[in-house]
Structure formats: C-alpha cells, structure tokens
Design a protein around this ligand. Structure first.
Ligand code: NAP
Length: 248
C-alpha cells in the first residue's frame, strides 16, 4: 500500500547539513530516506532523529556518483513506499587545491560526486516525481559556486553547474508542477568546514559576514524545509542564499 506521508530522499544525510535537512523534514511528518556512503553509525543516528521528531524513514546506502547504485536505490525506495515526492541533492565532497596542484583524478571525483551525483539522482527520481502532485527537487550549491574561491576550482565548477541543472530542470518539469530550486549556503559549521575553516582563517572569514557568525546546518535546513513545503509551490528555478549576507 502506498505511503500516506510524502516520501523524501536526502542524499548525504548522515552528517552536517544533510542530517539537519532530514531531521527538519521528519519534523514536518515526511518519510525520509537517509542516504550515506560510509558512516552507518551517523546515518542510524540521523534516522533516529527523524523518528524522534515525528517522521519516519529508512537508511539508504549508495554512492551518488554511481548511476547503477542510484537507479537501484531510488527504484527500491519508490516501489516499496509507492511514491517519491521530494529529492534533496545534498551529498558533496571538497578536494581543495590551487589550479596547478589539482590532479585530474581529484577534479573528476569532485565533479562526479557533487555534480554528476545530482544529475543521476534527478534522472532516476524524475519518473516517480512526475506522479506526485507536489514534486520537489532542491539542490545544495554553495557561495563558492556563485563567486569562486581560490583553491577550490573543482568544487566551484561543480557547485556552479548545479545552478545550471536547477534552472534547466525547473523549466523542463514546471508543466508537471514540480519545482526545482537551489539553496546556496555560505560558510556552515560542519565536518567539511572543520577541516578548512579554523584559526585565523575562521576569524578573517567571520569579519566578512555581515551577520557576524558562521551558519549552522539548521539555518540551511530551514530554507530547504520551506522550499519543499506546499507553501512554496510558486517558487521554482531560484537560488536561495543562506549565507549571513556574505554575498548579496
Ligand atoms: P559533510 O559534513 O562533509 O557531510 C557530507 C555528507 O555527504 C555525508 O553524509 C557523507 O556520507 C555524504 N557523502 C559524501 N560523498 C558521498 C557520495 N559519493 N554518495 C553519497 N553520500 C556521500 O558536508 P556538509 O558540510 O554537511 O555539506 C553538505 C552539502 O552542503 C555539500 O554538498 C556541500 O558542498 C554543501 N555546502 C556546505 C557548506 C559548508 O560550509 N559546510 C557550504 C556550502 C555548501 P558519509 O557520512 O557516509 O561519508
């Protein structure tokens, strides 16, 4: 029997921003598939948080960069639950380096996970979203994709590409009432930034943020939660910035 709750897939939901998005959708009563690749303990903890907030869900382990794994996992989710309404393409990695030190393999992997991963998930999910009366896709881009950042050529290219995917699919899927939007975070407190944004770099960065602080994963999750809600049905093709004013 088809799930009565709306069904969402959040990629990269074991940690950081994805975890907060999954928890927020759980609080709105959605059934949430918590995707991850490696960290099963963290994904299990995220699923518990979804359930604790009144939602329900399931773990879904696959590598977004592998189209065969993506197809199988999305087919299984949509078939078992009888529907798929929301896709949040959040899984991402950053392999940083200045241009001359960026290896071809690092360029390729960064694009495969951050950009091709979203493409594979959109393609696999589209046939199910078309059957929903309120299909939603949200792609997590980055301020780095909008304004560039020295030392992040691959990451910036991938994140800028996500904006292109968003605007194109917004046009392609609009006639079926599916909205497609981007959320573009600034600097957010997660494992990803813990590696790169510390000490003096962190202090200098905070000085550039008008609201005077690094963002939280929940700050981003609240924007996603709104975009997937019925109240956001007339918003599509947009890049919603959650960056404390860093880029206006
Ligand atoms: P994070 O803490 O490093 O978490 C990354 C998540 O992605 C984990 O759940 C990880 O799963 C998953 N993941 C990595 N590679 C994957 C793959 N190939 N297939 C499926 N899942 C994969 O990252 P975050 O800071 O929360 O970032 C989340 C998203 O926001 C990313 O797209 C990032 O680029 C974007 N973003 C972040 C910031 C920021 O300041 N943090 C700013 C702008 C945009 P495992 O736990 O299994 O490894």
């Amino acid at each position: 029997m088809a799930e009565t709750r709306r069904v969402a897939l959040v990629t990269g939901a074991s940690r950081g921003i994805g975890r907060a998005i999954a928890a927020a959708l759980g609080a709105d009563g959605l059934f949430v598939a918590v995707n991850y690749t490696a960290n099963e303990a963290a994904a299990t903890e995220c699923l518990a948080a979804v359930k604790a907030r009144g939602g329900d869900g399931v773990l879904s382990r696959f590598d977004v960069a592998d189209p065969a794994q993506v197809d199988a996992a999305i087919k299984q989710l949509a078939t078992e639950r009888g529907r798929l309404d929301v896709l949040v393409n959040n899984a991402g990695i950053a392999i940083d380096g200045l241009l001359l030190r960026t290896k071809k393999e690092d360029w390729a992997r960064t694009l495969e996970v951050n950009l091709s991963g979203a493409f594979h998930c959109c393609k696999a999910a589209a046939r199910y979203l078309l059957k929903s009366d309120s299909g939603r896709i949200v792609n997590i881009s980055s301020v780095v994709g909008e304004q560039g950042n020295a030392g992040q050529v691959s990451y910036a290219a991938a994140k800028a590409g996500l904006i292109g995917i968003t605007k194109t699919l917004a046009r392609e899927l609009a006639s079926r009432a599916i909205t497609v939007n981007c959320v573009s975070p600034g600097f957010i407190e997660t494992d990803m930034t813990a590696v790169h944004v510390k000490g003096e770099v962190r202090d200098a960065l905070i000085k550039q943020i008008p609201l005077g602080r690094i963002g939280s994963a929940e700050d981003v999750a609240e924007a996603v939660r709104f975009l997937v809600s019925p109240q956001a049905s007339y918003i599509t093709g947009q890049v919603v910035r959650v960056n404390g004013g860093l880029l206006m």
